[in-house]
Design a binder for this molecule. Structure first.
Ligand code: G3P
Ligand code: CA
Length: 337
């Protein structure tokens, strides 16, 4: 069985889509976020040391047009902004990063994510790093790239980056061109071609189009683009017969929710692999689904455990990479295959 798997992997690598496809990748989702607070430099360094191939950055913009690495456009799920700047809350009860300067954001303590339950902060993943302990900060995109490039120099490895343009329409409505700012930073740090170790991702097809048609040509660079797909059916045309082909004009890969790759209705003994991976591969696009977690309740019932989940997705569904909060486990899993 193992030999068949190895042989089929080699064949896929050699022949898929008539072109060489990359090795299977481990993308550290918000860093080693299963172990340290998401999107902190500490979580990124840990992911690097764990052997991730790529490390993810969600990027949003501050009031003074600086780029910070933060998943939400708001600061209140992962920092103590409510305690330091209580008067800066908007009418909806949220604290928006775009309302704060970088200097102000640098005063905040970053923390394991939490939600409010009965007026109290409750850690979202109870078995992860203790909320509100130790000392973490919100990094800039530049600080994070310098960390990864610095480690690439000191270790001799070549770990990639995987930035996401977060809520581009929200930024544009506020008069901020987040994509152009990110592309300019990537260019400044030497990411200028599709051979460089960067994937630039977005959930917005409109923004993907602007990146492909306007922003990258204006910067005179080419980067690999990834279209993220939620399980909300926002872009039904992508799932029509020629949808992936149309998308592949602009995108080098897709990053779907893993529920779009193996259906939620699957059960042990009846794994339902969708057409998505085959359709994307047929037009030369890689598939990097999100998000693989081993926390209680996060492994779908059709899988025995986290490793079994990876096995089903990597080898039954034939995906090319995973976004995971537990990069060490995915690295070990792929090594063992
Ligand atoms: O970008 C891939 C994955 O990170 C998408 O989910 O919400 O964690 O950014 P999210
Ligand atoms: Ca992301």
């Amino acid at each position: 069985m193992r030999k068949i798997k190895i042989l089929s992997t080699i064949l896929i690598v050699l022949t898929l889509g008539g072109q060489a496809m990359a090795q299977k990748l481990v993308i550290a989702h918000r860093g080693a976020s299963g172990y340290l607070p998401e999107h902190t430099l500490e979580a990124k360094a840990m992911a690097y040391a764990m052997g991730a191939d790529y490390i993810e950055q969600d990027v949003v913009m501050t009031k003074d047009d600086q780029l910070i690495v933060l998943h939400d456009i708001t600061l209140d799920r992962t920092t103590n902004v409510d305690l330091l700047y209580p008067e800066r809350v908007r009418d909806d009860g949220r604290f928006y990063a775009i309302d704060f300067t970088l200097a102000e954001i640098k005063q905040l303590s970053a923390s394991e994510g939490f939600r409010i339950v009965d007026g109290l902060k409750e850690q979202s993943y109870s078995t992860r790093f203790p909320m509100g302990t130790s000392s973490f900060r919100v990094p800039t995109l530049q600080e994070e790239i310098e960390l990864i490039q610095g480690l690439n120099k000191s270790t001799g490895r070549n770990v990639g980056i995987y930035p996401e343009i977060k809520s581009p329409e929200f930024h544009r409505e506020a008069g901020k061109d987040l994509s152009t700012a990110v592309v300019n930073v990537l260019k400044e740090y030497g990411y200028t071609s599709k051979q460089d170790k960067v994937f630039l991702q977005t959930f917005s097809f409109d923004e993907l189009k602007i990146l492909y048609e306007e922003i990258l040509p204006a910067a005179a660079i080419e980067l690999k683009l990834v279209m993220l797909l939620g399980d909300d059916g926002e872009y039904p045309w992508i799932f029509e017969e020629d949808g992936m082909e149309k998308l592949s004009v602009m995108a080098d890969g897709v990053g779907p929710s893993h529920t779009l790759v193996v259906a939620k209705e699957s059960s042990k003994g009846n794994i339902i692999v969708t057409e998505l991976v085959a359709s994307a591969h047929a037009v030369g696009m890689q598939v990097h689904p999100y998000t693989y977690r081993k926390d209680k309740g996060q492994v779908p019932l059709y899988a025995n455990d986290y490793n079994d989940l990876l096995d089903i997705h990597f080898f039954n569904a034939n995906i090319d990479g995973v976004f995971t909060d537990f990069p060490d486990l995915a690295v070990e899993f792929l090594k063992s295959e």
